[in-house]
Design a protein around this ligand. Structure first.
Ligand code: SAH
Length: 374
């Protein structure tokens, strides 16, 4: 029924202006509608009371406002919340809210499944079903915001995270606010740039979701040409790169994308990525027990990234069924971490947040089996 209608949440403000101008409407109407969508969280045109009834009716005939409602929200013992969002076509995706020192980071998905086929990743084992639309990406944020208002998190006394947040210079904020967005959920965001770029534009628009571009991070397995495009089109976004291996031999094996864009090209693209000021590229490094977790790996890692402004996220592999890899030992993690810290690298070792609700890194899978089981 909505087939020919336009989902307004697929449109950036300039695109909405064009859409309305195409219907002979004044330009300022777009700003009014945009604010209704993102600042008032309007669910229907009848709510837009500063717009004439005639125009609201017209809008209703040509457009619609989509939304996501979680089918399930699971809360972990550490305050992490996992949201399962059913989508219109029967597929679903997950988002994870991670409170750190009372500040919320939301990890969102960009695709249903993933085509990158990284050997250690659960989502990767499901192949790509489809790209998320721009609306489905921004609606994950809007739905979680709503949930945080309805069910504000209790204030937690977290152990401070040291070293990571060098830009941590502003006022305390409400526990219901979302501070950081990371595109690290299901999917490869750079494989869906046509929808991810407008979604980020809506996130950082001062009339849209009003997030700071300093607080949006796109994580990629290393699609080099798309890294260039992202940097050109949204120059202030943060970049995270899932490195995960320090030789082409190993990376070719565990991350097939490396066969197209080997380490040398990937690191060149990182170096050329337009990072403003003192910001750094985040290198994610999933530690696979006995595979890439030795001090020789740490040494090579340091060498690879040393001429790029960097910080490192060590992620101990989260085991999942049917995957042969093992988590690293505590000793291996500590030694790797110490090697880098001792050489003045900013390192965070991610604890397994959300582990008790399968919301930890790489454990998201949505309900991709839904269709085949039904
Ligand atoms: N496709 C993007 C973003 C999604 S994956 C990317 O590759 O960056 C987000 C992070 O989770 C990546 O760093 C990935 O290497 C990591 N990851 C995937 N599976 C994991 C697992 N089982 N345990 C720990 N980290 C995992």
């Amino acid at each position: 029924m909505n087939k020919q209608k336009t989902d307004l949440k697929n449109l950036t403000l300039p695109a909405l202006e064009q859409f309305l101008q195409g219907q002979g409407k004044e330009r300022f109407r777009a700003l009014q509608v945009f604010k209704w969508l993102y600042q008032q969280d309007a669910h229907g045109f009848e709510e837009m009371t500063n717009i004439s009834k005639a125009l609201r009716k017209e809008l209703d005939e040509t457009a619609f406002i989509s939304n996501l409602e979680p089918e399930a929200v699971e809360q972990g013992s550490d305050g992490t919340r996992k949201y399962l969002f059913p989508l219109a076509d029967g597929t679903s995706v997950e988002s994870v809210l991670i409170p750190i020192e009372g500040r919320n980071t939301l990890c969102i998905s960009s695709q249903v499944g993933c085509a990158m086929a990284c050997e250690f990743c659960l989502t990767g084992s499901f192949k790509l079903t489809r790209n998320l639309t721009t609306a489905e990406i921004v609606n994950q944020i809007m739905a979680v915001r709503r949930d945080l208002i309805r069910n504000p998190p209790a204030l937690t006394l977290d152990i401070p995270v040291t070293g990571d947040d060098e830009e941590d210079d502003d006022q305390p904020e409400s526990p219901a606010a979302i501070r950081n967005i990371v595109l690290m959920g299901m999917g490869e965001p750079l494989h869906n740039l046509d929808n991810v770029i407008p979604a980020i534009q809506i996130m950082i628009d001062g009339n849209g979701l009003q997030l700071s571009n300093r607080r949006v991070t796109v994580s990629t397995c290393g699609l080099v040409p798309e890294m260039g495009r992202l940097g050109r089109e949204i120059p202030n976004v943060n970049l995270a790169v899932s490195l995960n291996a320090t030789t082409d031999e190993l990376r070719d094996r565990i991350m097939p994308v490396n066969r197209s864009y080997p380490l040398r090209e990937l690191l060149k693209a990182c170096k050329e990525f337009p990072l403003p000021g003192r910001r750094k590229v985040t290198f994610e490094y999933v530690m696979l027990g006995g595979v890439n977790d030795t001090l020789d790996d740490a040494k090579r890692l340091l060498k690879l990234i040393s001429d790029i402004p960097n910080k490192v996220n060590l992620i101990p592999f989260n085991e999942h069924e049917g995957c042969g890899f093992k988590a690293p030992t505590r000793a291996a993690i500590d030694a790797f971490h110490k090697y880098l810290i001792d050489r003045h690298v900013t390192v965070i070792t991610r604890d397994s947040r959300g582990g008790d609700i399968s919301a930890a890194c790489g454990q998201l899978k949505g309900k991709l089996e839904k269709k085949s089981v039904a």
